[in-house]
Design a protein around this ligand. Structure first.
Ligand code: AMP
Length: 122
């Protein structure tokens, strides 16, 4: 797998606003936030997409949500609530091919994420 910019962030080859790190994961603020709070939790192991998750990766992938919950508690938005999202491939809107959990908070989130476009009358 070719190196993505998230591997470069893990290796400190490019800067990021890192808010958490442990043996398995790293969290940093999103460069283009879509909510008052928007950070990404990534595994240190490069896994390109959700489709590439192996059985041996179950612990690390579950760990990403544990880190999200710890940071939600620390940052004080756990009770109010938040959204986690992991996009997969083109239709999911994935642009960086190193899986990452988006954590969005600080305002009520909309749902559903997709709405059928109105058909133009003929
Ligand atoms: P996705 O579209 O789900 O693949 O999400 C990729 C996310 O990475 C986007 O929300 C980007 O704003 C974010 N992003 C891209 N480059 C950086 C960077 N250098 N530092 C922090 N976040 C980034």
């Amino acid at each position: 797998m070719s190196e993505t910019l998230f591997t470069k962030i893990i290796n400190r080859e490019i800067p990021a606003d890192i808010i958490y790190e442990d043996d398995l994961a790293l969290a940093f603020n999103d460069i283009n936030p879509q909510a008052p709070t928007h950070f990404l939790v990534i595994p240190k192991k490069p896994i390109a997409t959700i489709n590439d998750i192996q059985q041996a990766d179950r612990e690390v992938v579950g760990h990403l949500h544990w880190v999200a919950a710890q940071l939600a508690e620390q940052q004080g938005f756990a009770e109010q609530g938040y959204r986690t999202v992991m996009n997969c491939n083109e239709y999911g809107g994935q642009t960086v091919f190193h899986i990452h959990l988006h954590v969005l908070a600080g305002k009520p989130m909309g749902w559903p994420p997709y709405q059928e476009r109105l058909k133009t009358p003929v």
